[in-house]
Design a binder for this molecule. Structure first.
Ligand code: AMP
Length: 306
């Protein structure tokens, strides 16, 4: 029977340096990246859909065509007259990357403005994925609309996965950020945080503290990612550890966590075995950090060896 994976959030236009003053255009965003890797790793009986809002401009048309080409479903995506996608630019100085963003009035900020369409999408899908960035770009009313639908999905037994993906600059203050991310986690069944972020912004003193905090909120399962130091899993009250893969040369860590999430969920949905899924995801993420860019082609992910 066919199944559907839904990722909810914002994809942006990415501009990066291409030398001689030229810029290269791409498309990326945390939840889109995870949809990309879920699509690469899930079997063909699964479809993967992206839920966002786009404008009616040429760039939105191109982005939609890009999703379709990547076999990411676009049927739930709303087009809003007069709007455009958000944009970010990567600058390189002395080998260090820095980012500038133009996303304050992006179409995606209105992704939850049509509650009927949101409900239709969530009801049509079996697995729902979203992130702290998805919540950060929405107005308070729209956070309420989105989380109400996500709670309904969890209540009827759908798998709801959430990466807190903490980005303080997207929030108006720490209290709002803490409260809303905690609400997102409470609405979810699997939370996939990165320990660095949780330690820096929630003050967690250990990985165990991160696990306990999210379990206390009501997340049944927690997967704490810790870069090259592997992941710690808490599933059904059992805690286990899976080491990261050795990487010869780390080229670009963009989307390491997003790719881990997509590959982990794909494998977990197939095997129902969190440890096995974490091993598979560590392999995929290791390939991703060995290549440039957020979206690494399926052929380079070593999936045949999983
Ligand atoms: P992070 O979001 O930085 O915790 O990374 C997510 C996942 O990517 C980790 O759980 C690892 O599987 C993988 N990863 C990130 N950085 C490295 C690295 N330097 N070497 C090997 N794997 C890595």
């Amino acid at each position: 029977m066919s199944k559907r994976f839904l990722s909810i959030g914002e994809c942006m236009v990415e501009l990066s340096q291409a030398g001689a003053g030229l810029l290269r255009k791409g498309f990326a965003g945390d939840t889109l990246n995870t949809a990309w890797y879920a699509r690469a790793c899930l079997s063909p009986e699964w479809s993967v859909d992206y839920f966002t809002a786009l404008g009616d401009d040429a760039m939105s048309d191109e982005m939609l065509a890009f999703f379709n080409q990547a076999q990411i479903g676009t049927g739930f995506i709303r087009r809003i007259k007069g709007k455009a996608p958000g944009l970010y630019m990567i600058s390189l100085k002395d080998g260090e990357r820095s980012f500038s963003y133009w996303r304050d009035s992006s179409a995606a900020r209105l992704l939850a403005a049509d509650p009927d369409r949101l409900r239709e999408a969530i009801e049509a899908c079996d697995v729902i994925y979203f992130s702290g960035i998805t919540l950060a770009i929405l107005s308070r009313d729209h956070v309420d609309t989105l989380l109400a639908e996500i709670r309904r999905a969890k209540a009827v037994g759908k798998l709801v996965a959430f990466d807190p993906n903490i980005r303080p600059r997207l929030w108006s203050g720490y209290d709002e950020m803490h409260a809303t991310i905690s609400e997102g986690a409470r609405a979810s069944s699997i939370v996939l945080p990165s320990f660095d972020d949780e330690a820096a912004h929630f003050g967690d003193v250990s990985i165990e503290a991160t696990i306990e905090r999210y379990r206390a909120l009501g997340a049944t399962s927690v997967v704490v990612k810790n870069g090259a130091d592997g992941v710690t899993l808490s599933f059904g009250g059992t805690v286990s550890f899976v080491a990261a893969e050795k990487v010869e040369q780390v080229v670009d860590t963009t989307s390491a966590g997003d790719s881990f999430n997509g590959a982990f969920l794909a494998s977990y949905l197939r095997t129902n075995d969190a440890t096995q899924a974490a091993r598979a995801a560590a392999k995929v993420a290791a390939r991703v950090v060995s290549e440039h860019g957020a979206l690494v082609a399926r052929e380079k992910l070593g999936l045949e060896a999983l």
